[in-house]
Design a protein around this ligand. Structure first.
Ligand SMILES: Nc1nc2c(ncn2[C@@H]2O[C@H](COP(=O)(O)OP(=O)(O)O)[C@@H](O)[C@H]2O)c(=O)[nH]1
Ligand SMILES: [Mg+2]
Length: 670
């Protein structure tokens, strides 16, 4: 029943995003039809719309092996038929990261699998996703249960290889399991799985990522560096029967907490398998007390408040749904989880609202409309002045009008020159910003690392070479951060110049250069490198293979992150002054059009009546543009972005989960 809360919230989220996108689209069209927006503004609008177009909402399940991640997904996605969707039973564990979603491009139920051997190439998972031929596709008919299970069971497929081959594929010697009689070991058959499934929640854009424990060294950095940070929510699973183990704590500290603190990813800590504490001999009160007790201890260990830890039983949740047993379902606490997930959808909405591009687009709509309204009022008072002037004074009056327009235009022109100078000043920061992350410097550090690795014959020496490389990376990062601070100070001083008359501090703050994401990635890579160093003792592998692995995974990711950083900085340089330049260009353009008209009137030696008529035509045109923008403007100011989210939140918190649109609809109907 409560999946409906999540379903509704997702539907509402999608409607909201469409509405937002529609507003930006209307503004863009308006600009095109009245030729009122510069190409720069239209580019900003396009970028803002791209942000909204990624229409999936990703929940990632993270935790150590066997905490019940897969069972939880089964309970969440259960619809009918009385069977588990994903294999979750002892001995049948998820072996590779699996994404479950409805792929509207292929529009078919299928499992796509990337062979584990692709790890020997340098191609990243992201790139493989663009090459469909590299994936093995297994189609299934969801009404045929056996076929569905056979297809989906592939995510837990193993294959047997020699230990040497396993190491080549990136698995550490000490994490390989037992050998078979031929001396071979089992490794996952697939590197990654994509399941496209026709399901009502997935059709709403929900995407679920299932991971096989995270601390396994066999995991690729890409999983923790890209896949998890891209998720809107992370479900961190622990198990009530095991308590919080040291390895749970390690996963929490290394992979989850960092996203929660630095990326504001919504994290739900789940204490699963509470049914293992259910005891027929205990009274319900005693049982609840012991669950509360474990919850408190867990919260303390994770440094969370007890409300932030949700005790659940995924298994009983699933069974309750299968048997339509409401009491069992309530007891599993699963409905609470589903409500919290609906909450998280809103959290994500808030993040979109807080995004620089969205705030800037709204601000542009508002300033455009206000400038237009001001210009119109000025034109009206001009025509009034001309009307009341005696015909013989008209020429003089016109000259006065032209002078005023010229003066105004001059002000904007001066501002434009100041903006150009400011832009040049900002651009002059580029070399200093880019120097610490330049390709030349990095490649020099890589080749130093390569040389020291080749010359080291002890694990200590190898470890030191890797450590030194990452110390260099750290020091480059600190260097970039100092430069960023300087550039941001410059930006603030530009915004505060009196000629810009700019008061929207919050908008300015949004335009500061921030690199949270790349900083986090580099820190995580450093952590991966440390793990890699400590595992050297157990690797027993050829040094050449080890060096290759280091260069192909960790170093390659550092390169990617530097590239990201460079692109990010360039984009910032292009757009940091956008709120100032948009207003300036727009005002200047309006004044220029007006000036042209006044000149025309003056040179054509029209009669007084014709002059007035010509100005009147101008007013009609401005009026038409304003009228056509007005409905959009009214919509925006009557329902500011954050207010919509706040109202929605209030409705959700009120316990009744209905969407804002529905609430409004009901209010209108009553
Ligand atoms: N008692 C109990 N067992 C559970 C629960 N959730 C999962 N399990 C069992 O724990 C084992 C591991 O579950 P699975 O979902 O495969 O864990 P994963 O490795 O985290 O994906 C399976 O045998 C599940 O049936 C639960 O809520 N209660
Ligand atoms: Mg699993």
């Amino acid at each position: 029943m409560d999946v409906r809360a999540l379903h509704r919230q997702l539907a509402q989220y999608n409607r909201w995003k469409h509405q937002l996108d529609d507003r930006l689209h209307r503004f863009d069209e308006w600009g095109t039809s009245y030729q009122m927006l510069s190409s720069e503004v239209q580019r900003t609008l396009q970028k803002a719309r791209q942000l909204l177009r990624g229409d999936s909402f990703t929940i990632a399940c993270v935790g150590e092996f066997s905490r019940g991640k897969t069972e939880l997904i089964n309970a969440l996605l259960y619809t009918e038929g009385g069977r588990r969707l994903l294999p979750s039973q002892p001995g049948r564990t998820t072996m590779c990261p699996t994404e479950i979603f409805w792929d509207s491009n292929v529009a078919a139920n299928c499992v796509r699998l990337l062979p584990i051997e692709t790890r020997c190439t340098n191609t990243s998972l992201q790139n493989f996703k663009r090459i469909p031929q590299k994936w093995v596709t297994v189609n299934f008919d969801p009404s045929n249960q056996d076929q569905t299970r056979a297809a989906i069971n592939q995510v837990s497929a193993n294959k047997w290889v020699t230990p040497a081959d396993a190491v080549k594929l990136g698995f550490a010697m000490d994490e390989l399991g037992e050998r078979d009689i031929h001396g071979k070991v089992a490794v996952p058959a697939w590197r990654h799985a994509l399941i496209s499934l026709d399901h009502p929640l997935l059709r709403q854009g929900l995407r679920i990522v299932d991971t096989p424990g995270l601390n396994a060294l066999g995991n690729e950095p890409e999983l923790t560096l890209r896949t998890l940070p891209e998720a809107q929510a992370i479900l961190f699973l622990m198990s009530a029967d095991a308590g919080v183990t040291a390895s749970d704590m390690a996963v929490w500290r290394e992979h989850v907490q960092i996203l929660r603190d630095e990326q504001c990813t919504a994290v739900l800590a789940l204490l699963n398998k509470i049914d293992s504490l259910w005891d027929d001999l205990q009274s319900p009160n005693d049982m609840n007390a012991s669950i509360e007790n474990i919850r408190n201890i867990t919260a303390k260990q994770l440094k969370l408040s007890p409300e932030q830890v949700i005790p659940i039983s995924a298994k009983q949740g699933l069974l309750g749904k299968v048997g339509r047993n409401l009491q069992q379902l309530e007891r599993s606490n699963f409905p609470v989880l589903e409500r919290r997930l609906a909450d998280v959808v809103l959290h994500s909405q808030q993040q979109i609202v807080g995004h620089r591009l969205i705030g800037h687009s709204y601000e542009m709509i508002i300033t455009t409309r206000n400038s237009l309204a001001n210009r119109l009022a000025e034109c009206e008072s001009e025509i009034q002045a001309l009307r009341t002037a005696a015909p013989q004074e008209a020429a003089e009056k016109l000259q006065q009008l032209r002078d005023t327009v010229r003066q105004n235009h001059h002000q904007y022109h001066k501002q434009a020159i100041s903006l150009r100078t400011s832009q040049r000043l900002l651009d002059s920061q580029r070399p200093a910003l880019m120097a610490p992350i330049s390709t030349e410097l990095l490649e020099q550090q890589v080749s130093n690392a390569h040389r020291s690795l080749a010359q080291s014959w002890t694990t200590l020496g190898l470890g030191r070479a890797i450590g030194n490389f990452f110390d260099d990376v750290d020091s480059s990062l600190r260097h970039v951060e100092r430069e960023i601070e300087r550039s941001n100070r410059l930006l603030v001083s530009i915004y505060q110049r009196p000629e810009h008359n700019f008061t929207a501090d919050e908008l300015m703050m949004r335009h500061l250069l921030k690199i949270h994401q790349q900083r986090r990635q580099l820190r995580q890579l450093h952590k991966h490198a440390d793990d890699f160093r400590y595992s050297l003792n157990t690797l027993f592998t050829r040094k050449g293979a080890l060096i290759n692995r280091f260069i192909n995974t960790l170093v390659q990711e550092v390169r990617n992150t530097y590239q990201d950083l460079a692109n990010h900085i360039d984009l910032w340089l292009q757009e940091a002054l956008a709120p100032l330049s948009h207003n300036n260009q727009y005002q200047k353009q309006l004044l220029e059009t007006h000036m042209m008209r006044l000149t025309q009137i003056q040179t054509q030696r029209n009669t007084h009546a014709e002059q007035i008529e010509s100005l009147q035509t101008n007013i009609y045109q401005l009026q038409a543009a304003l009228n056509s923008l007005e409905p959009l403007y009214q919509e925006i100011i009557q329902a500011p972005l954050d207010q919509e989210v706040a109202e929605n939140l209030a409705i959700l918190r009120g316990g009744q989960v209905i969407s804002l649109l529905e609430a409004r609809h009901n209010a209108r109907a009553n």
